[in-house]
Design a protein around this ligand. Structure first.
Ligand SMILES: N[C@@H](CCC(=O)N[C@@H](CS)C(=O)NCC(=O)O)C(=O)O
Length: 253
């Protein structure tokens, strides 16, 4: 959609954390995703145990959880509050952010874009990222656009949640609201009246866009994106009805 030519697939990145016991210290708010079947590496035949460190309200973690659900990948979910002094997230992700995927050998994978790329290689069930070429880069650009909308909204949210009102910078807030607004307009223009963001089927592009629209509802209910972009509203309604979206709704919505 927003690019002129295809690029080669990005290499899969795997980062290892140095801890002997990788999950030590993570609060035991663990939920087993029992409706899912086990992940199976089709290349090596190895069965993998996966743990996703997340927070219930993180849109980036939600994107990963939706991908896992769509692909029927089993995971253990461990919730942490990244803003709490007690969190141990930085032992796994030095950037102190969720989501972070821990593999059975203790390897830690972040951020959400790298995690979903890895997950899509784990099972042939419901491929979400086209294998190569123009289609692939278009889906990844949709994801970058949707994540960019979320990035801008999270920045605005943090201005309110983390900074005293006397220290807030309105021009900074306006700048990021402007990015979110422009991103929504670009998404609406690119979607037109098509059934899916890219091609003829549901992909990661739809997941990322749906998560960004849901985050607007969750944190910025005053933004009237539905009336400005009826095509996005229609698309979101369809996405929100999928079990993967319904089962990952942030608490309190
Ligand atoms: N680009 C990252 C963004 C992750 C991110 O910013 N996560 C937030 C939660 S929504 C976080 O952990 N923030 C903690 C912090 O910034 O210290 C991704 O896609 O995973």
């Amino acid at each position: 959609m927003l690019v002129n030519h295809g690029v080669p697939a990005a290499p899969q990145r795997r980062l290892r954390c140095s801890l002997a016991s990788p999950l030590q210290g993570i609060p035991q708010c663990v939920r087993r995703c029992t409706h899912l079947t086990g992940p199976h590496d089709i290349l090596t035949g190895m069965f993998r145990n996966l743990t996703l460190i997340a927070s219930p309200t993180s849109p980036y973690a939600r994107k990963v959880r939706i991908v896992m659900s769509e692909k029927r990948i089993e995971c253990e979910l461990q919730m942490t509050d990244v803003w709490s002094p007690d969190t141990t997230i930085s032992q796994f992700n030095p950037l102190g952010k969720v989501p972070c995927l821990i593999m059975d050998d203790g390897g830690a994978v972040f951020d959400s874009r790298v995690i979903v790329e890895y997950l899509d290689t784990l099972t042939p069930v419901g491929h979400l990222i086209p294998a190569s070429g123009r289609q692939r880069v278009e889906v990844r650009t949709w994801e970058a656009l949707a994540d960019g909308i979320v990035d801008a909204l999270v920045t605005v949210r943090l201005e309110h949640a983390q900074r005293p009102s006397t220290h807030r910078l309105q021009p900074w807030i306006d700048r990021h609201l402007g990015k979110a607004t422009a991103g929504l307009q670009a998404a609406s223009t690119a979607l037109e009246d098509r059934a899916w963001c890219n091609g003829e089927r549901f992909t990661l592009a739809d997941i990322a866009l749906g998560v960004s629209l849901s985050y607007l509802d969750f944190r910025f209910p005053e933004i009237t994106w539905r009336s400005e972009h009826p095509n996005l509203a229609r698309h979101y309604e369809k996405l929100a009805a999928r079990p993967s979206f319904a089962e990952t709704v942030p608490p309190g919505v």
